[in-house]
Ligand binder design. Structure first.
Ligand code: GUN
Length: 369
């Protein structure tokens, strides 16, 4: 299933996504002839094709909202069958305190659970909760058979030992894929639960038919939630992977090597055209809320639509990738509407996966009926 917009179909009938990803502008190969043109007709075709291929084309948009809806549809069908057999998957979300961004994320997770038919419950300990109190809550959720997935929304308050809390989650119910056991399963290519954002990015690239094996992938950012698992998933899919971070020398130069560039740095519009080779697939994980007019102008100068949003709301959501990158990239994820919706869709998929793995033989019986 290709989610690239129809506009990206090129004159030779391939999606320009595939054409752009593999073939440099204006090379002999772009003429699609395999040999040098000799006859008059071939020369004319070559001239027309070369003209078309050397024009700057905006990147194909990887529509995360559309792919997320597909995934949710698939998950809903599985949940329906499991529920009919008395095994409705259940998700418990733990939200500590009142961090506004976390509240928005958790609201989205609970709403999505309801939509796909997953049972969900929200636990909201106060900002002053202790590590021990959270450990008691986790132990209770671990014990309950109707709970298949446990998600502790991060960040946790300073007084809480986050690592200890995440370690206490039963790895079989760890739908975030943060438990060291699941991290180990991923790095040794064993079945397990994989962090939702990088899992969603892989799903998006696979469903959009983006080639991964043998490609140069550069991941900017080395967080436990995105950068590290993303690198491992790309490596497991046979990409050649480079992980960059704040101490990396010549970041633009290394990023320019990429066929697939994943930006997960958390800095608005940091990845500019200078970082991107024409034709690269650019995945923007950033979700930065910009309120400073100067910062807004740096990223969105001359963009009337965003300007209107900024004036009316006083802020805009900006990715890590500068909008000018769309002029050179082969394919790009928008912000919003790219990676964000996939994270929640994969949480739903992980909850069903956890239910199936944990309830094992009972689900196997269900698929035989
Ligand atoms: N905070 C930001 N992203 C995430 C996520 O993917 N999972 C959890 N639990 N917390 C987060």
């Amino acid at each position: 299933m290709i989610s690239v917009s129809q506009k990206s179909q090129d004159v030779v009938g391939r999606s320009s996504l595939a054409a752009r990803q593999r073939i440099p502008y204006g090379s002999a190969a772009t003429l699609g002839l395999g040999v040098l043109p000799t006859t008059k007709d071939q020369r004319q075709t070559a001239t027309v094709l070369k003209f078309l291929f050397t024009q700057p084309m905006p990147a194909a948009i990887l529509d995360g909202s559309k792919i997320a809806a597909e995934i949710r549809g698939e998950v809903a069908a599985e949940v329906k069958a499991m529920s009919a057999a008395g095994m409705r998957p259940g998700l418990a979300v733990v939200l500590v305190g009142h961090d506004p961004a976390s509240e928005v994320y958790v609201r989205g997770k609970v709403k999505s659970s309801e939509e796909v038919g997953i049972y969900s419950e929200k636990h909201t300990p106060s900002e002053s909760v202790t590590t021990e109190e959270l450990l008691d809550l986790i132990a209770d959720l671990n014990r309950r058979d109707e709970i298949d997935g446990i998600l502790v929304q991060l960040p946790l308050p300073k007084q809480v030992d986050s690592k200890k809390v995440l370690l206490a989650v039963d790895p079989a119910k760890d739908v975030d894929g943060f438990h060291p056991m699941n991290v180990g399963f991923l790095s040794t290519q064993r079945p397990g639960l994989v962090p939702c954002t990088p899992a969603g990015i892989m799903e998006m690239m696979q469903r959009s038919k983006i080639k991964i094996a043998g490609q140069e992938a550069v991941v900017v950012g080395r967080s436990d939630i995105v950068g590290k698992p993303m690198a491992m998933l790309l490596l497991n899919a046979n990409a050649t992977v480079t992980v960059c971070h704040s101490k990396t020398r010549d970041l633009p130069g290394i990023c320019r090597r990429a066929d697939i560039l994943v930006a997960a740095i958390g800095r608005a519009g940091m990845v500019t055209k200078e970082f991107v080779r024409p034709g690269t697939t650019v995945i923007d994980v950033g979700m930065n809320r910009v309120t400073d007019p100067k910062e807004f102008a740096r990223v969105f100068a001359g963009n009337a639509k965003r300007d209107e949003t900024f004036r009316s709301k006083g802020s805009v959501l900006v990715g890590d990738v500068h909008p000018e990158v769309a002029e050179v990239a082969g394919a790009i994820t928008p912000v919003p509407g790219g990676v964000g919706p996939l994270t929640i869709a994969m949480l739903m998929a992980n909850t069903v996966k956890a239910a199936k793995m944990r309830r094992g033989s009972r689900v196997a019986e269900l698929s035989r009926v």
